[in-house]
Design a protein around this ligand. Sequence first.
Ligand code: FES
Length: 685
Amino acid sequence: MTATDPAKDSLVVFTPSGKRGRFAVGTPILTAARQLGVDLDSVCGGRGICSKCQIAPGSGDFSKHGITVAADALSPWNAVEERYQQKRGLKPGRRLGCQATVQGDVVIDVPPESQVHRQVVRKAATARDIRMDPATRLIAVAVQEPDMDEPSGDFERLRAALLESGLTEARTITADLRVLQKLQPALRKGKWEVTVALHQPAGSDQAKVLDLWPGFYDGPLCGLAIDLGSTTVAAHLCDLRDGRVLASGGVMNPQIRFGEDLMSRVSYAMMNEGGAAEMCTAVRAALRDLAIGVAEDAGVLPEAIFEAVIVCNPVMHHLLLGVDPVELGQAPFALAASGALTFDANEIDLTGINPGAQVYMLPCIAGHVGADAAAVVLSEAPGETEELTLVVDVGTNAEIVLGNRDQVLACSSPTGPAFEGAQISSGQRAAPGAIERVEIDPETKIPRFRVIGSELWSDDPGFAEATEGTGISGICGSGIIEAVAEMRMAGLLDASGLIGSREATDSDRMRPDGRTWSYMLHDGRAEDGPLICVTQGDVRAIQLAKSALYAGARLLMDEVGADSVSRIVLAGAFGAHISPKHAMVLGMIPDCALDQVVSAGNAAGTGARIALCNRAARVEIEATVGTITKVETAIAPRFQEHFVNANALPHATDPFPELAKVAPLPNVSFNTGADRPNRRRRRAS
Ligand code: FES
């Protein structure tokens, strides 16, 4: 605390933290805040330039704190504040904490926007908030002018000013040649004041100047959180000053043309010379375009992007880094590097953004369990819950995490692209015009549906007008899941997954389709639109995908000796849209009370966002990954057993009591010829 004269001490109480201390008259509020560890921002080190230190002093009686605050408890409004007020304006009742000094007992409120480590509140009640503490910050400093008697370089004096500012804990500060080339003109133009974008990883005493501007700069400082999936690539552009998501965008992963799932891409790399390099080039170009696209959407220059945090599975990880993934295709699935990585963005051709931009990649958990699973752990924090929580991040590859305070386990399961609408006869990715919700009347067997882009159901008045712009183009992942589950509940599909005939189901929606039957969801042919059916092949693709997901979850449950879980979080861009009820009807997930099955957003993407906004979270997940038990589905003998048992709808243990009420198919006759009796025997009653 400041050296004090008891006769002149004043009590300063900060809210909302409640921190309090006695300070000598004349102490700046910013100094008092720093000494008490109060979270009050400053970019300019107290020179009255940045306005980040704004405070709201109280006045009157504060019985809760035992203080009466006099009108003159702070020093009078000064010329620096007046200059700032004239130039940019301060909100009514606000003062600059670096200018106002203590004159008497006072209560000081620190508004959220003045807190360095402000919380970014996420919408879901169960989700954790993000505490702002990014690796890259803006710092404005006054640099000592050169002197004939003190022949040091401009960069050395800039470094000294940064170290003395109290705004970085770094001991070593470096800069690329590109930054040095800008330094002298910037210092002279800014009259020896300069603002730098300083990148300092948590726990490191090294920092790097990524860019600089003459004088005081408070322009955009952005970062990208990228979830690089096998099928889709999603990016959130975040403001690194307050954590706001400025824009989000997504593209299909262009590697799809080399193979739809991970193993087919590994095979492509093995079978084709230069194949890995081809896939590397394709995905890097997609990331570049996506970064520039989201910056455009947000109305900021791409040069304002200083960081990117990327999460992905191990194969995507290697292909992006330009590492041949061949070792990941065979036991023991050795990664080239499993730890977190930090490097210059231009090393992966992520150009067009700020040339100094840094990339951080979360650690991989194991050869089949990637940085995306680590990001799910960071986002959903299953290791912090009492109850056994299962998190499934559903995509072409499902990341599955099971845990509680005692232990956390993770695996990844090859679900294939069916959940993302691929390998489905009328499938498409989730885009306007795609059927995303389906209901089938169990009596009439007539469906109603909703498409992305409209709130109306297909039998609502005005539906045709509402979908005029998009049309009805196909069915996306959540739509096909609901359609298959609804078919099962309406008695159009038996427990083995066989679609009933027109005669057996008494529905003229059933259409013969070779030796099998299809169920017609929508016939748009009269308007030149598509005929959208659920075929036997579609049901089989969903069965394979859901069996892989279920088997992966069961494998983790076996490891902890659990038959059920307390809570299930369905995550992933697509997982967020799955109806828990339909997932349960299909037996995609293990037994759990239905009201304990919740949908989270894109948990891997959120994990990337947390790591982007909070550098301590990077240290946390790097440590946590070392404690996670990895389970390899590819070599676990029980995976096959669970997979086979999970093929029925729902799975063999039938956790969904509602289905017991569904009448079996009456007098089923299938259009399947000789194998009909066997299939009928397998049907659940
Ligand atoms: Fe920058 Fe007060 S700390 S204006």
